[in-house]
Design a protein. Structure first.
Lengths: 378, 420
């Protein structure tokens, strides 16, 4: 019990420190800015992964539509940046200066109402957090109150991802259509395209990521986290015990949505544009795959999964432009077949016990003379 | 595409020999390379591009996986052919071209990532690539930021001009206006029904077409305009409307796989393309491969290049392409435009006497390529190409028969006044 009441147990603390050293020291020192920016792009998926660990790994709610929230966060940020890039001076050649270029191409002559709030940065930040949360709340309330769950929920989230993509593509005058919102330049007057800015953005993102890890860990350790696990294992018993299962599910789903949205907003900043290709079914499933490869029960696993799968994606496609998809596919099949708990499962089953044994044997040697102080020999 | 369609891949030596021979007519037309001995690398490369005394690196960035692979494969093949031919003819400023190929995977952010890799990591002296407007929009900021040079092959909607891009395809007005004039004059067409897939290129093109029909053609009108989501396969309701309104011309800008459904359903509905005039700007020989020649025979297409063009350059180009990539391959408008990329770059570099991007950008206007399979092209001040507009009629064997071509080169005008 002593160990459980601590915020991180020993192996989690090690995991946290290892990740911190890797992301804050090793990678920035060893990679050039181009590769570091790629890592930053990979890490945006880690935000989604952490959300999925909470909602899928702990809560048992498989969402195949996290791209929706990733996209909403990303689009909110992109709208702000686009408005800043579309100043009257920058858009002189348009028939209506001062509005985003794609609106001008679609014969729109006035900025639509729902774009107007995105002139303000604080409102944008709020929107990044609240719009996806509100959207998740509506979906969650509509589904969970009616006790729609499991496979049906997964299918519905997928349908929502498809619908949102079609909506964005179809309304190109308002959303940029299939091209997305491109050519983003400055954030509050600060040029985000320079190497220096990319370097700073990377650290901002890593700090945010650790914030999300701590928040997720906090949710996991409270009573709430235990109810989530209980719900996953025996939903009816939790309900009979007097808990409102639907509300807990809605909460987990909303939390996952907010994490995904933060990732999406950071993605827009790191990559410099947003397009409907992150909203649809395929990217949403890819995000689930990152989490599955990393291990859906482990917050750190999700981060490692996002990093490693995307790293594999980049390096395979650089070396074998025509064959890389097969290699990646084989990798997924291998992981799912051989290690259902993903990388963190491999770690917990094969590597962790050895480390523990190493520690235990040293301890027993040094403490041979002392009476065992009741420390559990796990 | 299966392997057996590409027997040429199996014997690289033979391929190289044939390539060299195929390039001869083009080379003899270009005259001897201006630089007899190789200029020093330090003189021709002052900005740290990947240029050595014997080699220069360029990038090829297209989708070879994903939904766009079927369209972009032709461009990759044409670019590789051009590079081989240039190398066989002595390279660029005495340096052989080495290419690094990256896969955009039909995914716009991947295009941006790979473009950055090609420019920042590999220091490519030029990049041939992109196909869809979306992928070009995704890489454009990268090319402008890191000062690269992109040769973009696809006909597209215009409304863009960049120091860092050479557009070797047609912008919208080059493809639309001459075709509409022709159909109005020779067919006496007065009413038009505009169709398109729902994204920027068909919408912008139809906007230009509508303005031209309503403002510049005497007594002509648009009787309908409709758009379909990408990948849509249901055209029955619009076909019924077409039957009802009986337009003189169906003006179709439907792209990709939707074409197959559209032309088959048109045929099934009893609309005979030998009687009903249909003009498209989106179906090249590549698309007919999927649609089936018998389903589209009789339709007119407005392009700048058809595989069947009867000129000396094309007579050398088509066999060379087929030798390298297989007898069954077809060559569409974009494939030809992609072939122009490496050649135009080579000619520009030799005109500038330097690989530096700024010097190439400045030297580009006025560069002419007399060996172009489409005939003769020249780069305009706005980095687009002067080229002819042609109308062809689809035959059952999947080829186009040339019906009409403009007498002169058509000026590219990416920001057309009065059409916006």
């Amino acid at each position: 019990m002593v160990i459980n009441s601590r915020f991180f147990n020993r192996s989690e603390l090690l995991g946290f420190l290892a990740l911190a050293v890797l992301l804050l020291v090793i990678l920035p020192l060893s990679l050039d800015i181009f590769r570091l920016n790629l890592v930053a792009k990979y890490l945006t998926y880690a935000f989604v992964g952490i959300g999925l660990v909470l909602c899928w790994g702990y809560g048992g709610i498989l969402s195949l539509g996290q791209g929706v929230f990733f996209g909403l966060g990303g689009y909110c940020m992109a709208m702000y940046l686009k408005l800043e890039a579309s100043s009257v001076a920058n858009t002189k050649i348009q028939s209506t200066p001062g509005i985003p270029d794609f609106m001008d191409w679609n014969q729109i002559t006035q900025l639509p109402l729902f774009w107007k709030p995105f002139h303000s940065f604080p409102v944008t930040v709020l929107a990044i957090l609240l719009v996806p949360a509100f959207f998740a709340l509506i979906i969650g309330a509509a589904m969970f109150k009616r006790r729609v769950g499991g496979v049906y929920f997964a299918i519905i989230t997928q349908a929502i991802a498809a619908i949102l993509t079609i909506l964005i593509v179809g309304q190109q005058g308002y959303t940029g259509g299939i091209n997305g919102i491109t050519d983003l330049r400055t954030l509050h007057g600060w040029d985000i395209r320079t190497d220096h800015a990319k370097f700073i953005l990377y650290f901002v993102e890593v700090v945010l990521l650790f914030g999300c890890i701590v928040a997720a860990q906090f949710i996991r350790l409270t009573k709430l986290g235990r109810i989530l696990v209980a719900m996953r294992e025996q939903e009816d018993r939790v309900r009979f015990s007097g808990y409102s299962v639907a509300n807990f599910k809605i909460f987990a789903f909303c939390a996952a949505a907010v994490f995904a949205a933060i990732g999406g907003a950071m993605f827009t900043l790191e990559v410099g544009f947003m397009s409907p290709s992150f909203v649809g079914i395929v990217p949403s499933i890819e995000m689930v795959i990152y989490t599955a490869v990393g291990g859906r029960m482990s917050i750190f696993g999700a981060v490692w999964g996002a990093l490693l799968v995307n790293f594999a994606k980049t390096s395979l496609s650089e070396s074998f432009p025509q064959l890389w998809l097969f290699g990646l596919g084989a990798l997924f099949i291998a992981v799912v077949l051989a290690f259902p708990n993903g990388l963190s499962g491999i770690w917990a089953d094969h590597i962790q016990p050895r480390i523990d044994r190493l520690f235990a044997s040293r301890k027993s040697k040094s403490a041979a003379g002392l009476v065992a102080d009741g420390a559990p020999a796990e | 595409m299966s392997d057996e369609t590409k027997p040429g891949l199996k014997s690289p030596l033979r391929r190289k020999l044939l390539m060299g021979m195929a390039a001869l007519p083009a080379v003899s037309m270009l005259g001897r390379p201006a630089f007899a001995d190789v200029p020093a690398t330090s003189a021709v490369n002052t900005t740290g591009l990947a240029v050595t005394d014997s080699e220069v690196t360029v990038g090829i960035l297209h989708s070879v996986t994903g939904t766009m692979a079927i369209s972009e494969t032709g461009s990759v093949e044409a670019e590789k052919l051009a590079i081989e031919q240039i190398n066989a003819a002595g390279g660029v400023l005495g340096r052989k071209i080495k290419f690094i190929q990256e896969d955009g995977a039909s995914d716009w952010p991947t295009f941006a990532e790979k473009a950055k890799k090609l420019l920042v990591n590999d220091k490519c002296a030029a990049v041939m690539g992109c196909w869809t407007s979306a992928s070009r929009k995704a890489v454009l900021p990268v090319f402008e930021q890191y000062n690269g040079m992109l040769y973009y092959p696809t006909f597209y909607e215009g409304l863009e001009q960049s120091k860092n891009v050479i557009y070797t395809g047609q912008e919208a007005t080059q493809q639309i206006i001459a075709g509409l004039d022709w159909v109005n004059k020779t067919k006496g067409a007065k009413s038009f029904y505009l169709l398109g897939s729902d994204y920027i290129w068909p919408r912008t093109s139809n906007k230009i077409a509508r303005k031209h029909i309503e403002n510049h053609l005497q007594g002509c009108k648009v009787v309908g305009e409709e758009y379909f989501p990408l990948g849509s396969t249901q055209f029955n309701s619009v076909i019924n409307k077409i039957k009802l309104t009986k337009p003189d011309v169906i003006y179709a800008i439907i792209v990709g796989g939707s074409n197959v459904a559209f032309y088959k359903q048109l045929k099934a509905a009893g609309i005979d393309l030998s009687k009903q005039t249909l003009l498209t700007i989106s179906v090249t020989e590549d698309e007919i491969d999927g649609i089936g020649g018998e389903n589209i025979a009789g339709a007119y297409a407005c392009m700048k290049y058809f595989q069947s063009l009867d000129n000396q350059n094309n007579k050398a180009f088509v066999p060379a392409f087929k030798k390298m990539w297989g007898e069954k391959t077809v060559i569409g408008d974009v494939t030809q435009a992609a072939y122009l990329g490496p050649w135009l770059w080579k000619l520009t570099v030799e005109k500038a006497g330097s690989f530096d991007i700024d010097k190439i950008a400045a030297a580009s206007p006025g560069v002419e390529f007399k060996g172009a399979p489409e005939g003769y092209v020249r780069i305009h001040e706005n980095h687009h190409l002067w080229s002819k507009t042609r109308v062809g009629r689809a035959k059952a064997d999947g080829q186009y028969e040339l019906i009409y071509e403009t007498a002169d080169l058509v000026e590219p005008d990416p920001f057309p006044k009065g059409y916006q």
